[in-house]
Design a protein around this ligand. Structure first.
Ligand SMILES: NC(=O)c1ccc[n+]([C@@H]2O[C@H](COP(=O)([O-])OP(=O)(O)OC[C@H]3O[C@@H](n4cnc5c(N)ncnc54)[C@H](O)[C@@H]3O)[C@@H](O)[C@H]2O)c1
Length: 260
């Protein structure tokens, strides 16, 4: 029960990585606000937590909207007390290169990942002050280490999170608020498997295509794609007191992918 008394707001909480964090943090004693663009996905995770004896609330949140952030943070505080943990997982990508990427795609990607995380940090800081401290964890990517010729919006946004994480860490350390970045490699989730409005995939990009799965596997020296639970475990470490003296830094959970 490493998170007894903590209140965690988890974006993309209806998704694979966010959902795994929500279930794990609830088992560790935290009360959870499961926040997602799709309320039915958030509700399913919150119901699962409640059925297992945990405490959870589901909210609809588009991370690109400051007013929606204010409502989600207030609803969480009313239900459980001030937010002391924020996990910024919500993401978007359109897997096309520079020539094909439109301004609209750019705004979706950068707006969700980078602006969404910025707005989230601003929204929870007053609550974390009231809580006497807090931890913010942003979700990076291999693109936070070595963005290449793929989606320019994704590379810029995930690299941008390195700067945003350091900026928040430096701004709030003296108020007992830490900020970290966790960068997964290839995680078997709907983000790279399914065709969704925020992360479109087709046979050329989806890991449903055995050739794409095999390519990502070959690019992972530890020999398997990551599971959502692998990423959630690192988040638990980052938000727990085991990481009390860690702020501003990045942890990679990539099976060695960034080494290649
Ligand atoms: N799967 C991977 O291989 C991988 C690798 C590195 C990083 N990531 C990062 O993980 C995140 C995706 O999570 P996942 O892999 O569990 O996929 P997922 O598709 O299961 O979850 C993403 C969740 O984010 C929600 N979401 C999308 N736009 C939103 C918005 N504007 N506001 C609130 N919620 C929104 C979706 O509804 C979904 O529930 C992204 O940030 C992505 O960059 C994934």
């Amino acid at each position: 029960m490493r998170l007894t008394g903590k209140v965690a707001l988890i974006t993309g909480g209806g998704g694979a990585i966010g959902g795994a964090q929500a279930r794990l943090f609830a088992r560790e004693g935290a009360a959870i606000c499961v926040a997602d663009l799709f309320p039915e996905k958030a509700a399913a995770v919150a119901e699962e937590i409640a059925a297992a004896g945990g405490r959870a609330l589901a909210v609809r949140l588009d991370v690109q909207r400051a007013d929606a952030w204010a409502e989600a943070v207030a609803a969480t505080e009313q239900a459980f007390g001030p937010v002391s943990i924020l996990c910024n997982n919500a993401g978007a990508n359109v897997r096309v290169g520079f020539d094909e990427q439109t301004e609209e795609m750019w705004h979706l990607i950068v707006g969700t990942i980078l602006t969404g995380s910025f707005l989230g940090i601003k929204a929870v800081i007053p609550a974390m002050r009231r809580a006497g401290g807090g931890v913010i964890v942003n979700l990076g990517s291999l693109a936070s280490i070595r963005p290449g010729a793929g989606s320019p919006g994704y590379g810029a946004a995930k690299m941008g999170l390195v700067g945003l994480t350091r900026s928040a860490a430096a701004s709030y350390a003296r108020e007992n608020i830490r900020c970290m970045l966790i960068s997964p490699g290839h995680v078997d989730t709907p983000f790279i498997r399914d065709d969704t409005p925020y992360s479109p995939n087709d046979p050329q990009t989806s890991i449903d295509n055995p050739a794409n799965y095999e390519r990502r596997l070959q690019n992972t020296p530890l020999g398997r794609l990551q599971r959502a639970d692998d990423i959630a475990s690192a988040f638990l470490f980052a938000v727990s007191d085991d990481a009390a003296m860690i702020t501003g830094s990045m942890i990679t959970v990539d099976g060695g992918a960034a080494l290649l």
